[in-house]
Design a protein around this ligand. Structure first.
Ligand code: AMP
Ligand code: ZN
Length: 114
């Protein structure tokens, strides 16, 4: 836990969140500023700042997040699909420096960046 990290404090329960899923490794909650009908943040409990900090030592946290993503998408009824987004660093638009994956769903996305 990093005391000055917003998502570490949410995981610790110091800051309230709308939790949708939790297990030993992962915490997930609704984004406070949703960009789609379903907008959930999936966060490893281990503090890793961003995708650029993933190493052979900590990469298991990414697998745990994606296992959770599949479960959450099922529970949210996202049968037709969804988008998973990671912003990395300032050029990538990351605003909270604790690795997280956005699940965006409940709508058909027309804007295709890639
Ligand atoms: P990013 O810009 O990729 O770093 O994503 C950070 C996300 O965290 C943004 O979509 C914010 O709306 C969201 N966010 C910031 N503070 C909170 C909070 N207290 N509870 C839920 N979501 C938050
Ligand atoms: Zn953190």
């Amino acid at each position: 836990m990093k005391d000055d990290c917003l998502f570490c404090r949410i995981i610790a329960g110091d800051i309230p969140s709308s939790k949708v899923y939790e297990d030993e490794h992962v915490y997930a909650f609704r984004d406070i500023n949703p960009q789609a009908p379903v907008h959930i943040l999936v966060v490893p409990k281990q503090h890793v700042s961003c995708a650029d900090e993933i190493t052979g030592e900590n990469s298991i946290c990414v697998a745990h997040c994606f296992e959770a993503i599949a479960k959450i998408a099922g529970a949210e009824g996202l049968k037709s699909g969804y988008r998973v987004v990671n912003n990395c660093g300032s050029d990538g638009g990351q605003t909270v420096m604790h690795l997280h994956f956005h699940i965006l769903g409940g709508m058909k996305f027309s804007d295709k960046m890639i």
